[in-house]
Design a protein around this ligand. Structure first.
Ligand SMILES: [Zn+2]
Length: 260
């Protein structure tokens, strides 16, 4: 345990929150992860058994929490989450790990020590943008969060089953917050479960708005200087964490069984 942890100062979400112990942080992270799955279900981001959100364990950086394979996002509670190590072994919880979840997320978490959580699913508008294989322009204020901070990963070789492809995705992502996986779907990461989930929601909605605008006419982009300045306002870890709070307020009040 570091001195900071011993003093009850375990930092989370880029310092937006601190915890007195790894267990306090773990309880927080697991509840937000279960809540993020409920929100994804509410927003229709489920596609059968596809999709996963992972959260790094605050005590063991090479372990992460993930949804069990073959369960509906909308039915997941804290006690359903699996703790998995970077070798793919389930250390806590009952259920199977989606091989794609392990192959992608274990390599992402290994490549990006700053990343606490990563989200991926096959939601409709992300999938449609992934078919076009083009990046999101800074066409509105919300899209500026992703300006020069996401990438199109344009190699699709089928279902991701091995960690080599996870490494390729991690390499494409670099230090950015999101990737459009061509012919596949969206992937977002954050320094907290809250921001990773929020970036997913925000990006999916930006894809929807972008496709609607492009279908109706030609898109006008925000000038680069303004887009960068706007990203520095709406695209920070703090902004992502904060934007998730209304969603958490709603889901924790309406679906308190997520804590079970
Ligand atoms: Zn997928």
């Amino acid at each position: 345990m570091s001195t900071a942890q011993a003093q009850g100062n375990l930092e989370y979400a880029g310092g937006m929150q601190t915890f007195a112990s790894p267990q306090d942080a773990r309880d927080h992270i697991k509840a937000r992860l279960a809540g993020a799955f409920r929100i994804f279900a509410l927003y229709g981001y489920d596609e059968g058994a596809a999709g996963h959100i992972t959260a790094r364990d605050p005590e063991h950086p090479d372990h992460f929490w993930v949804n069990p394979f073959g369960r509906h996002f909308g039915c997941l509670s804290v006690s359903d989450l699996l703790l998995v190590n970077h070798e793919g072994e389930v250390l806590e919880g009952d259920g199977l790990v989606n091989q794609a979840a392990f192959a992608i997320h274990s390599r992402l978490h290994a490549a990006r020590p700053d990343v606490v959580a990563a989200a991926h699913s096959h939601s409709i508008y992300g999938k449609a943008m992934a078919a076009l294989g083009v990046p999101l322009e800074p066409f509105c204020q919300d899209a500026c969060a992703f300006y020069e901070d996401h990438v199109v990963h344009d190699d699709f070789f089928g279902v991701v089953l091995d960690t080599d492809e996870g490494d390729n995705i991690a390499r494409s992502l670099g230090q950015r917050k999101a990737a459009i996986l061509k012919n596949h779907g969206l992937l977002t990461v954050g320094g907290s479960v809250e921001s990773a989930a929020w970036w997913y929601v925000a990006m999916e909605r930006c894809c929807q708005a972008r496709l609607a605008a492009a279908a109706a006419g030609s898109i006008t982009s925000i000038p680069r200087e303004v887009a960068v300045a706007t990203r520095q306002q709406v695209g920070t870890e703090a902004a992502g964490w904060f934007s998730f709070q209304p969603l958490w307020e709603m889901i924790s009040a309406r679906q308190p069984d997520l804590f079970e």
